[in-house]
Design a protein around this ligand. Structure first.
Ligand code: FES
Length: 183
């Protein structure tokens, strides 16, 4: 096949979260970048890799964007955003896909499908608590607060403690008085 314009390109996010052990522990981020930088297409051209700052969807770290080749773009291919790109097997599948032509030329491998995302992806909201769960949480919170209040110096437990201390003091002074009288 004759050379046909620009090859596919990769944009690999290495911002505040992508490529960090803090966000994605247990991933060889450096090794991943090295492997992504070694891709070639079916025309034997090296696939350029651009390392980018945060692409704005950190909850999907690590993020990789596949830009179509000129031929792929002419065939309707558009940039493909992949998120949670952490497993080694995904690198192999991405390599194969780009070798076959990438966006606009070859179909996306099944294994990459669950990783499809976009620059407009929205962080999923935390699940809302139902009425019952809310009530239970409020009750548990109330019980904790009550316990804390009682333990406070002005609280129920604090008052009892103070009373006991006072009684002990009175007993002590009475003993001292008695002793003084006897001497
Ligand atoms: S660091 Fe990659 S999306 Fe923010």
């Amino acid at each position: 096949m004759s050379p046909s314009g620009k090859p596919c390109q990769l944009v690999v996010c290495r911002g505040c979260c992508c490529g960090t052990k803090k966000k994605r522990p247990g991933v060889d981020h450096k090794g991943q970048l090295e492997r992504l930088s070694g891709f070639e297409d079916h025309e034997g051209r090296r696939v350029p890799v651009r390392v980018s700052k945060c692409l704005g969807i950190c909850f999907k770290a690590n993020v990789v964007v596949v830009q179509p080749s000129a031929q792929g773009r002419a065939g309707g291919g558009r940039p493909v955003w992949l998120g949670e790109f952490t497993e080694d097997r995904l690198i192999d599948d991405l390599d194969d896909w780009i070798f076959e032509g990438g966006p606009g030329i070859a179909p996306l491998p099944d294994s990459l499908e669950p990783h499809l995302t976009s620059k407009n992806a929205k962080k999923p909201k935390k699940a809302k608590l139902g009425k019952k769960a809310k009530k239970a949480a409020a009750e548990a919170d109330g019980a904790t607060r009550k316990g804390a209040d009682e333990a406070r110096p002005g609280g129920e437990k604090g008052k009892k403690k103070k009373k006991a201390k006072k009684a002990k003091k009175a007993e002590k002074s009475a003993k001292a008085e008695k002793k003084a009288k006897n001497t």
